[in-house]
Design a protein around this ligand. Sequence first.
Ligand SMILES: Cc1cc2nc3c(=O)[nH]c(=O)nc-3n(C[C@H](O)[C@H](O)[C@H](O)COP(=O)(O)OP(=O)(O)OC[C@H]3O[C@@H](n4cnc5c(N)ncnc54)[C@H](O)[C@@H]3O)c2cc1C
Length: 399
Amino acid sequence: MTLTTTDILISGGGVAGLSAAAAFGSAGFSVVCVDPAPPVTEATAAGADMRTTAILNPSVAVLEAAGLWERLAPHAAPLQVMRIVDAGGEVPEPRIVKDFDAAEISDAPFGWNLPNWLLRREMAARLAELPNVDFRPGIGTKGVFTREGEARVTLSDGARITTRLVVAADGRGSPVRAAVGISVKTTRYGQKALAFAVTHPIPHNNVSTEIHRSGGPFTLVPLPDRDGKPCSAIVWMERSAEADRLAALPVEAFEAAMNERSCAMFGPLTLVTRRSVWPIISQIAARMTAERVALVAEAAHVVPPIGAQGLNMSLADIGTLLDLARADPGGLGEAKMLQAYERRRHPEVAARVTGIDLLNRASMLGAQPLRDLRAGALNALYSLGPVRKTLMRAGLGLR
Ligand SMILES: Cc1cc2nc3c(=O)[nH]c(=O)nc-3n(C[C@H](O)[C@H](O)[C@H](O)COP(=O)(O)OP(=O)(O)OC[C@H]3O[C@@H](n4cnc5c(N)ncnc54)[C@H](O)[C@@H]3O)c2cc1C
Protein backbone atom coordinates (compact mmCIF):
# COMPACT_ATOMS: atom_id res chain seq x y z
CA MET A 1 0.00 0.00 0.00
CA THR A 2 1.46 3.40 -0.97
CA LEU A 3 1.29 6.36 1.37
CA THR A 4 1.64 9.91 -0.01
CA THR A 5 1.68 13.22 1.82
CA THR A 6 0.49 16.24 -0.15
CA ASP A 7 -0.70 19.80 0.49
CA ILE A 8 -3.97 19.33 -1.41
CA LEU A 9 -5.99 16.32 -2.56
CA ILE A 10 -8.46 17.18 -5.30
CA SER A 11 -11.25 14.65 -5.63
CA GLY A 12 -12.58 14.93 -9.20
CA GLY A 13 -10.91 15.69 -12.52
CA GLY A 14 -13.82 17.23 -14.42
CA VAL A 15 -13.25 20.68 -15.86
CA ALA A 16 -13.47 22.21 -12.36
CA GLY A 17 -11.14 19.70 -10.69
CA LEU A 18 -8.53 19.97 -13.47
CA SER A 19 -8.67 23.80 -13.23
CA ALA A 20 -8.18 23.60 -9.46
CA ALA A 21 -5.21 21.22 -9.85
CA ALA A 22 -3.57 23.55 -12.38
CA ALA A 23 -4.26 26.63 -10.21
CA PHE A 24 -2.88 25.21 -6.95
CA GLY A 25 -0.02 23.46 -8.77
CA SER A 26 0.98 26.71 -10.51
CA ALA A 27 0.98 28.46 -7.12
CA GLY A 28 3.57 25.95 -5.88
CA PHE A 29 1.42 23.68 -3.69
CA SER A 30 1.85 19.92 -3.99
CA VAL A 31 -1.34 18.41 -5.41
CA VAL A 32 -2.77 14.94 -5.96
CA CYS A 33 -5.83 14.90 -8.25
CA VAL A 34 -7.88 11.74 -8.75
CA ASP A 35 -10.83 10.79 -10.97
CA PRO A 36 -12.14 7.32 -11.81
CA ALA A 37 -13.04 8.52 -15.35
CA PRO A 38 -9.92 9.57 -17.35
CA PRO A 39 -10.52 12.80 -19.32
CA VAL A 40 -11.65 12.30 -22.93
CA THR A 41 -9.51 14.75 -24.90
CA GLU A 42 -10.57 14.25 -28.54
CA ALA A 43 -13.79 15.46 -30.18
CA THR A 44 -14.29 12.21 -32.07
CA ALA A 45 -13.55 9.80 -29.20
CA ALA A 46 -16.37 7.84 -27.54
CA GLY A 47 -17.63 9.68 -24.45
CA ALA A 48 -16.33 13.09 -25.59
CA ASP A 49 -18.18 15.97 -23.86
CA MET A 50 -19.63 17.85 -26.85
CA ARG A 51 -20.92 20.74 -24.72
CA THR A 52 -19.16 24.07 -24.84
CA THR A 53 -18.50 26.43 -21.97
CA ALA A 54 -18.67 30.19 -22.12
CA ILE A 55 -15.80 31.37 -19.93
CA LEU A 56 -16.87 34.81 -18.67
CA ASN A 57 -14.39 37.65 -18.39
CA PRO A 58 -13.83 37.52 -14.58
CA SER A 59 -12.90 33.81 -14.80
CA VAL A 60 -9.95 34.56 -17.07
CA ALA A 61 -7.77 35.72 -14.14
CA VAL A 62 -8.16 32.32 -12.47
CA LEU A 63 -7.25 30.51 -15.69
CA GLU A 64 -4.26 32.84 -16.18
CA ALA A 65 -3.02 32.07 -12.66
CA ALA A 66 -3.38 28.37 -13.52
CA GLY A 67 -1.21 28.78 -16.64
CA LEU A 68 -4.20 27.76 -18.76
CA TRP A 69 -5.45 30.87 -20.49
CA GLU A 70 -2.51 31.17 -22.92
CA ARG A 71 -3.30 27.59 -24.02
CA LEU A 72 -7.05 28.19 -24.37
CA ALA A 73 -7.23 31.68 -25.88
CA PRO A 74 -6.21 30.65 -29.45
CA HIS A 75 -9.20 28.26 -29.63
CA ALA A 76 -11.84 30.57 -28.13
CA ALA A 77 -14.71 32.38 -29.87
CA PRO A 78 -15.42 35.81 -28.29
CA LEU A 79 -18.92 36.69 -27.00
CA GLN A 80 -19.48 40.40 -27.56
CA VAL A 81 -23.28 40.61 -27.44
CA MET A 82 -25.90 38.61 -25.50
CA ARG A 83 -29.14 38.77 -27.50
CA ILE A 84 -32.34 37.90 -25.63
CA VAL A 85 -35.27 37.08 -27.90
CA ASP A 86 -38.85 36.56 -26.80
CA ALA A 87 -40.70 34.34 -29.26
CA GLY A 88 -43.52 33.56 -26.86
CA GLY A 89 -46.41 34.86 -28.97
CA GLU A 90 -49.11 32.75 -30.63
CA VAL A 91 -46.73 31.86 -33.50
CA PRO A 92 -43.03 30.97 -33.19
CA GLU A 93 -41.42 34.20 -34.38
CA PRO A 94 -39.25 36.81 -32.62
CA ARG A 95 -41.49 39.52 -31.13
CA ILE A 96 -38.92 41.22 -28.86
CA VAL A 97 -35.17 41.29 -29.55
CA LYS A 98 -32.85 42.98 -27.05
CA ASP A 99 -29.06 43.21 -27.39
CA PHE A 100 -26.91 43.41 -24.27
CA ASP A 101 -23.57 44.69 -25.62
CA ALA A 102 -20.41 44.19 -23.52
CA ALA A 103 -19.12 47.52 -24.88
CA GLU A 104 -21.63 49.28 -22.56
CA ILE A 105 -19.73 48.13 -19.47
CA SER A 106 -16.18 47.31 -20.58
CA ASP A 107 -13.62 47.25 -23.41
CA ALA A 108 -13.55 43.45 -23.29
CA PRO A 109 -16.14 40.93 -24.54
CA PHE A 110 -18.44 39.22 -22.00
CA GLY A 111 -16.41 36.07 -22.43
CA TRP A 112 -15.10 33.36 -24.73
CA ASN A 113 -16.66 30.05 -25.79
CA LEU A 114 -14.69 26.79 -25.87
CA PRO A 115 -15.56 23.12 -26.43
CA ASN A 116 -15.44 21.08 -23.20
CA TRP A 117 -13.35 18.25 -24.74
CA LEU A 118 -10.72 20.87 -25.70
CA LEU A 119 -10.74 22.36 -22.18
CA ARG A 120 -9.94 18.87 -20.87
CA ARG A 121 -7.17 18.34 -23.44
CA GLU A 122 -5.40 21.60 -22.58
CA MET A 123 -5.90 21.16 -18.84
CA ALA A 124 -4.48 17.63 -18.82
CA ALA A 125 -1.51 18.90 -20.88
CA ARG A 126 -0.94 21.72 -18.37
CA LEU A 127 -0.92 19.27 -15.44
CA ALA A 128 1.74 17.21 -17.25
CA GLU A 129 3.99 20.33 -17.18
CA LEU A 130 3.74 20.69 -13.39
CA PRO A 131 6.11 18.36 -11.48
CA ASN A 132 4.31 19.10 -8.18
CA VAL A 133 0.94 17.86 -9.53
CA ASP A 134 0.32 14.12 -9.41
CA PHE A 135 -2.74 13.44 -11.60
CA ARG A 136 -4.11 9.92 -11.20
CA PRO A 137 -6.82 9.29 -13.81
CA GLY A 138 -8.69 6.00 -13.43
CA ILE A 139 -8.55 6.17 -9.62
CA GLY A 140 -11.32 7.51 -7.36
CA THR A 141 -11.72 8.66 -3.78
CA LYS A 142 -13.05 5.86 -1.60
CA GLY A 143 -12.92 7.08 1.99
CA VAL A 144 -12.27 10.33 3.85
CA PHE A 145 -11.30 10.61 7.51
CA THR A 146 -10.52 14.01 8.97
CA ARG A 147 -9.15 15.39 12.18
CA GLU A 148 -8.08 18.89 13.19
CA GLY A 149 -4.55 18.76 11.75
CA GLU A 150 -5.05 16.74 8.54
CA ALA A 151 -7.30 14.61 6.36
CA ARG A 152 -6.64 11.01 5.36
CA VAL A 153 -8.06 9.86 2.07
CA THR A 154 -8.24 6.28 0.83
CA LEU A 155 -8.27 5.76 -2.93
CA SER A 156 -9.95 3.05 -5.01
CA ASP A 157 -6.56 1.34 -5.67
CA GLY A 158 -5.87 1.09 -1.94
CA ALA A 159 -3.37 4.01 -1.89
CA ARG A 160 -3.58 6.40 1.06
CA ILE A 161 -3.09 10.14 0.99
CA THR A 162 -2.44 12.41 3.96
CA THR A 163 -3.29 16.01 3.14
CA ARG A 164 -3.90 19.44 4.65
CA LEU A 165 -6.89 20.20 2.41
CA VAL A 166 -9.34 18.07 0.46
CA VAL A 167 -10.97 19.97 -2.43
CA ALA A 168 -14.18 18.17 -3.41
CA ALA A 169 -14.68 18.71 -7.16
CA ASP A 170 -16.36 15.34 -7.62
CA GLY A 171 -19.64 16.51 -9.10
CA ARG A 172 -23.30 16.80 -8.15
CA GLY A 173 -23.32 13.42 -6.35
CA SER A 174 -20.00 14.24 -4.59
CA PRO A 175 -18.75 11.21 -2.62
CA VAL A 176 -16.54 13.48 -0.47
CA ARG A 177 -19.57 15.66 0.41
CA ALA A 178 -21.48 12.53 1.41
CA ALA A 179 -18.51 11.20 3.44
CA VAL A 180 -18.33 14.38 5.54
CA GLY A 181 -22.11 14.53 6.00
CA ILE A 182 -23.04 17.76 4.17
CA SER A 183 -26.66 17.73 2.97
CA VAL A 184 -28.02 19.30 -0.24
CA LYS A 185 -31.28 20.93 -1.28
CA THR A 186 -32.30 19.79 -4.78
CA THR A 187 -34.97 21.25 -7.10
CA ARG A 188 -36.15 19.13 -10.04
CA TYR A 189 -37.83 20.83 -12.99
CA GLY A 190 -38.81 17.77 -15.06
CA GLN A 191 -36.62 19.33 -17.73
CA LYS A 192 -33.63 18.25 -19.83
CA ALA A 193 -31.11 20.05 -22.05
CA LEU A 194 -30.06 18.88 -25.50
CA ALA A 195 -26.51 19.98 -26.36
CA PHE A 196 -25.10 19.85 -29.90
CA ALA A 197 -23.45 22.04 -32.58
CA VAL A 198 -24.80 23.38 -35.87
CA THR A 199 -23.58 25.28 -38.90
CA HIS A 200 -25.73 28.03 -40.46
CA PRO A 201 -25.61 30.41 -43.42
CA ILE A 202 -26.12 33.67 -41.48
CA PRO A 203 -22.98 34.62 -39.44
CA HIS A 204 -23.34 34.92 -35.66
CA ASN A 205 -21.05 37.97 -35.51
CA ASN A 206 -19.97 36.92 -31.98
CA VAL A 207 -23.53 37.32 -30.71
CA SER A 208 -24.85 34.74 -28.24
CA THR A 209 -28.62 34.37 -28.79
CA GLU A 210 -31.09 33.09 -26.18
CA ILE A 211 -34.59 32.46 -27.60
CA HIS A 212 -37.48 32.09 -25.12
CA ARG A 213 -40.81 30.53 -26.02
CA SER A 214 -41.81 27.73 -23.61
CA GLY A 215 -40.19 24.67 -22.03
CA GLY A 216 -36.89 26.53 -21.47
CA PRO A 217 -34.41 28.66 -23.45
CA PHE A 218 -32.92 27.74 -26.84
CA THR A 219 -29.42 29.23 -26.78
CA LEU A 220 -26.92 29.57 -29.63
CA VAL A 221 -23.36 30.33 -28.53
CA PRO A 222 -20.71 31.28 -31.14
CA LEU A 223 -17.99 28.81 -32.09
CA PRO A 224 -15.14 29.32 -34.58
CA ASP A 225 -16.19 28.54 -38.20
CA ARG A 226 -16.39 24.88 -39.16
CA ASP A 227 -15.69 23.72 -42.76
CA GLY A 228 -15.77 27.40 -43.76
CA LYS A 229 -19.30 27.91 -42.38
CA PRO A 230 -20.49 29.89 -39.36
CA CYS A 231 -20.90 27.49 -36.44
CA SER A 232 -22.68 27.65 -33.06
CA ALA A 233 -23.11 25.44 -30.01
CA ILE A 234 -26.75 25.00 -28.98
CA VAL A 235 -28.27 24.25 -25.60
CA TRP A 236 -31.99 23.52 -26.03
CA MET A 237 -33.95 23.06 -22.82
CA GLU A 238 -37.37 21.37 -22.87
CA ARG A 239 -39.70 19.39 -20.61
CA SER A 240 -38.11 15.93 -20.20
CA ALA A 241 -40.53 13.94 -22.40
CA GLU A 242 -40.20 16.46 -25.23
CA ALA A 243 -36.39 16.54 -24.92
CA ASP A 244 -36.28 12.71 -25.11
CA ARG A 245 -38.59 12.78 -28.15
CA LEU A 246 -36.41 15.38 -29.91
CA ALA A 247 -33.20 13.48 -29.10
CA ALA A 248 -34.61 10.33 -30.73
CA LEU A 249 -35.86 12.02 -33.95
CA PRO A 250 -34.15 11.19 -37.26
CA VAL A 251 -31.74 13.98 -38.24
CA GLU A 252 -34.01 15.51 -40.90
CA ALA A 253 -37.01 15.73 -38.55
CA PHE A 254 -34.78 17.08 -35.77
CA GLU A 255 -33.40 19.78 -38.06
CA ALA A 256 -36.96 20.79 -38.99
CA ALA A 257 -37.88 21.05 -35.29
CA MET A 258 -34.82 23.14 -34.41
CA ASN A 259 -35.38 25.42 -37.40
CA GLU A 260 -38.87 26.15 -36.12
CA ARG A 261 -37.63 26.67 -32.52
CA SER A 262 -34.77 28.98 -33.67
CA CYS A 263 -37.33 31.06 -35.63
CA ALA A 264 -34.92 30.73 -38.59
CA MET A 265 -32.89 33.61 -37.13
CA PHE A 266 -29.66 32.18 -38.60
CA GLY A 267 -31.20 30.56 -41.68
CA PRO A 268 -31.53 26.75 -41.88
CA LEU A 269 -29.46 25.03 -39.16
CA THR A 270 -27.45 21.89 -40.03
CA LEU A 271 -26.64 19.42 -37.23
CA VAL A 272 -22.88 18.71 -37.22
CA THR A 273 -22.40 16.74 -33.98
CA ARG A 274 -24.28 14.07 -32.06
CA ARG A 275 -26.95 15.21 -29.58
CA SER A 276 -26.25 14.77 -25.85
CA VAL A 277 -28.98 15.02 -23.21
CA TRP A 278 -28.48 16.48 -19.71
CA PRO A 279 -31.01 16.37 -16.84
CA ILE A 280 -31.57 19.85 -15.40
CA ILE A 281 -31.68 20.47 -11.65
CA SER A 282 -30.81 23.18 -9.15
CA GLN A 283 -28.88 22.08 -6.11
CA ILE A 284 -27.06 23.76 -3.26
CA ALA A 285 -25.04 22.28 -0.43
CA ALA A 286 -26.01 23.33 3.10
CA ARG A 287 -22.36 24.28 3.68
CA MET A 288 -19.31 24.52 1.44
CA THR A 289 -16.84 23.36 4.09
CA ALA A 290 -16.20 20.69 6.70
CA GLU A 291 -13.10 19.96 8.76
CA ARG A 292 -10.15 20.05 6.26
CA VAL A 293 -12.62 19.93 3.32
CA ALA A 294 -13.79 22.58 0.81
CA LEU A 295 -16.54 21.89 -1.74
CA VAL A 296 -16.23 23.55 -5.16
CA ALA A 297 -18.20 23.50 -8.42
CA GLU A 298 -21.09 21.05 -8.82
CA ALA A 299 -20.24 19.36 -5.52
CA ALA A 300 -21.41 22.66 -3.97
CA HIS A 301 -23.89 24.07 -6.50
CA VAL A 302 -25.72 23.02 -9.68
CA VAL A 303 -27.73 25.48 -11.78
CA PRO A 304 -29.64 25.20 -15.07
CA PRO A 305 -27.42 26.27 -18.02
CA ILE A 306 -28.70 29.85 -18.31
CA GLY A 307 -26.38 32.84 -18.64
CA ALA A 308 -23.25 30.62 -18.59
CA GLN A 309 -23.07 30.55 -14.82
CA GLY A 310 -22.14 26.97 -13.77
CA LEU A 311 -18.42 26.68 -14.45
CA ASN A 312 -17.91 30.40 -13.92
CA MET A 313 -19.25 30.10 -10.36
CA SER A 314 -16.90 27.12 -9.97
CA LEU A 315 -13.89 29.15 -11.12
CA ALA A 316 -14.89 31.85 -8.63
CA ASP A 317 -14.85 29.16 -5.89
CA ILE A 318 -11.38 28.06 -6.98
CA GLY A 319 -10.11 31.66 -7.27
CA THR A 320 -11.32 32.43 -3.73
CA LEU A 321 -9.66 29.31 -2.26
CA LEU A 322 -6.46 30.11 -4.16
CA ASP A 323 -6.37 33.70 -2.85
CA LEU A 324 -6.84 32.46 0.73
CA ALA A 325 -4.18 29.78 0.33
CA ARG A 326 -1.65 32.20 -1.16
CA ALA A 327 -2.33 34.82 1.51
CA ASP A 328 -1.48 32.35 4.30
CA PRO A 329 0.12 29.15 2.96
CA GLY A 330 0.84 27.94 6.50
CA GLY A 331 -2.88 28.07 7.31
CA LEU A 332 -3.88 25.88 4.34
CA GLY A 333 -6.98 23.84 5.23
CA GLU A 334 -7.24 25.25 8.76
CA ALA A 335 -10.57 26.32 10.26
CA LYS A 336 -9.80 30.05 9.77
CA MET A 337 -9.22 29.65 6.03
CA LEU A 338 -12.29 27.48 5.57
CA GLN A 339 -14.51 29.88 7.54
CA ALA A 340 -13.36 32.74 5.30
CA TYR A 341 -14.14 30.62 2.21
CA GLU A 342 -17.61 29.80 3.53
CA ARG A 343 -18.31 33.49 4.28
CA ARG A 344 -17.13 34.71 0.89
CA ARG A 345 -18.76 32.08 -1.31
CA HIS A 346 -21.86 30.55 0.24
CA PRO A 347 -24.14 33.65 0.31
CA GLU A 348 -23.05 34.59 -3.23
CA VAL A 349 -23.68 31.06 -4.51
CA ALA A 350 -27.09 30.90 -2.76
CA ALA A 351 -28.16 34.21 -4.38
CA ARG A 352 -27.10 33.00 -7.82
CA VAL A 353 -28.85 29.62 -7.46
CA THR A 354 -32.07 31.46 -6.49
CA GLY A 355 -31.78 33.97 -9.35
CA ILE A 356 -31.16 31.33 -12.02
CA ASP A 357 -34.03 29.21 -10.67
CA LEU A 358 -36.37 32.18 -11.22
CA LEU A 359 -35.06 32.83 -14.74
CA ASN A 360 -35.52 29.16 -15.63
CA ARG A 361 -39.09 29.10 -14.31
CA ALA A 362 -39.88 32.24 -16.33
CA SER A 363 -38.43 30.66 -19.47
CA MET A 364 -40.45 27.44 -18.99
CA LEU A 365 -43.82 29.26 -18.89
CA GLY A 366 -46.41 27.75 -21.22
CA ALA A 367 -49.57 29.83 -20.60
CA GLN A 368 -49.92 32.72 -23.07
CA PRO A 369 -50.78 35.50 -20.53
CA LEU A 370 -47.70 34.60 -18.46
CA ARG A 371 -45.50 34.59 -21.56
CA ASP A 372 -46.86 38.07 -22.39
CA LEU A 373 -46.00 39.18 -18.86
CA ARG A 374 -42.46 37.83 -19.32
CA ALA A 375 -42.06 39.77 -22.58
CA GLY A 376 -43.26 42.94 -20.83
CA ALA A 377 -40.71 42.46 -18.04
CA LEU A 378 -37.88 42.05 -20.57
CA ASN A 379 -38.94 45.27 -22.31
CA ALA A 380 -39.15 47.19 -19.04
CA LEU A 381 -35.81 45.97 -17.65
CA TYR A 382 -34.01 46.64 -20.92
CA SER A 383 -35.33 50.14 -21.41
CA LEU A 384 -33.78 51.41 -18.15
CA GLY A 385 -30.08 52.00 -18.94
CA PRO A 386 -28.72 51.71 -15.36
CA VAL A 387 -30.79 48.55 -14.73
CA ARG A 388 -29.54 47.06 -17.98
CA LYS A 389 -25.91 47.72 -17.04
CA THR A 390 -26.43 46.36 -13.53
CA LEU A 391 -27.90 43.16 -14.99
CA MET A 392 -24.93 42.76 -17.33
CA ARG A 393 -22.45 43.26 -14.49
CA ALA A 394 -24.38 40.88 -12.23
CA GLY A 395 -24.38 38.23 -15.00
CA LEU A 396 -20.59 38.44 -15.08
CA GLY A 397 -20.39 38.13 -11.29
CA LEU A 398 -19.11 41.71 -10.87
CA ARG A 399 -20.36 43.90 -8.04
C1 LIG B 1 -25.92 21.51 -21.14
C2 LIG B 1 -25.01 22.27 -20.22
C3 LIG B 1 -24.34 23.40 -20.67
C4 LIG B 1 -23.51 24.14 -19.82
N1 LIG B 1 -22.92 25.29 -20.27
C5 LIG B 1 -22.16 26.03 -19.42
C6 LIG B 1 -21.56 27.28 -19.85
O1 LIG B 1 -21.69 27.71 -21.00
N2 LIG B 1 -20.82 27.99 -18.95
C7 LIG B 1 -20.66 27.54 -17.66
O2 LIG B 1 -19.98 28.23 -16.87
N3 LIG B 1 -21.17 26.37 -17.24
C8 LIG B 1 -21.92 25.61 -18.08
N4 LIG B 1 -22.47 24.43 -17.64
C9 LIG B 1 -22.13 23.94 -16.31
C10 LIG B 1 -20.79 23.21 -16.34
O3 LIG B 1 -20.82 22.19 -17.31
C11 LIG B 1 -20.46 22.59 -15.00
O4 LIG B 1 -20.56 23.57 -14.02
C12 LIG B 1 -19.04 22.08 -15.07
O5 LIG B 1 -19.02 20.94 -15.87
C13 LIG B 1 -18.41 21.80 -13.73
O6 LIG B 1 -18.73 20.55 -13.35
P1 LIG B 1 -17.82 19.78 -12.32
O7 LIG B 1 -16.40 19.68 -12.78
O8 LIG B 1 -18.11 20.25 -10.96
O9 LIG B 1 -18.56 18.35 -12.42
P2 LIG B 1 -18.32 17.16 -13.41
O10 LIG B 1 -18.00 17.58 -14.78
O11 LIG B 1 -19.50 16.26 -13.19
O12 LIG B 1 -17.01 16.50 -12.80
C14 LIG B 1 -17.03 15.74 -11.63
C15 LIG B 1 -15.95 14.70 -11.75
O13 LIG B 1 -15.89 13.98 -10.52
C16 LIG B 1 -15.55 12.65 -10.83
N5 LIG B 1 -15.85 11.76 -9.74
C17 LIG B 1 -16.99 11.08 -9.46
N6 LIG B 1 -16.81 10.26 -8.41
C18 LIG B 1 -15.52 10.43 -7.99
C19 LIG B 1 -14.73 9.86 -6.95
N7 LIG B 1 -15.20 8.91 -6.13
N8 LIG B 1 -13.45 10.28 -6.80
C20 LIG B 1 -12.94 11.23 -7.64
N9 LIG B 1 -13.64 11.78 -8.64
C21 LIG B 1 -14.91 11.38 -8.82
C22 LIG B 1 -16.36 12.35 -12.10
O14 LIG B 1 -15.81 11.25 -12.82
C23 LIG B 1 -16.23 13.67 -12.86
O15 LIG B 1 -15.17 13.67 -13.79
C24 LIG B 1 -23.32 23.70 -18.48
C25 LIG B 1 -23.98 22.55 -18.01
C26 LIG B 1 -24.83 21.84 -18.86
C27 LIG B 1 -25.56 20.62 -18.33
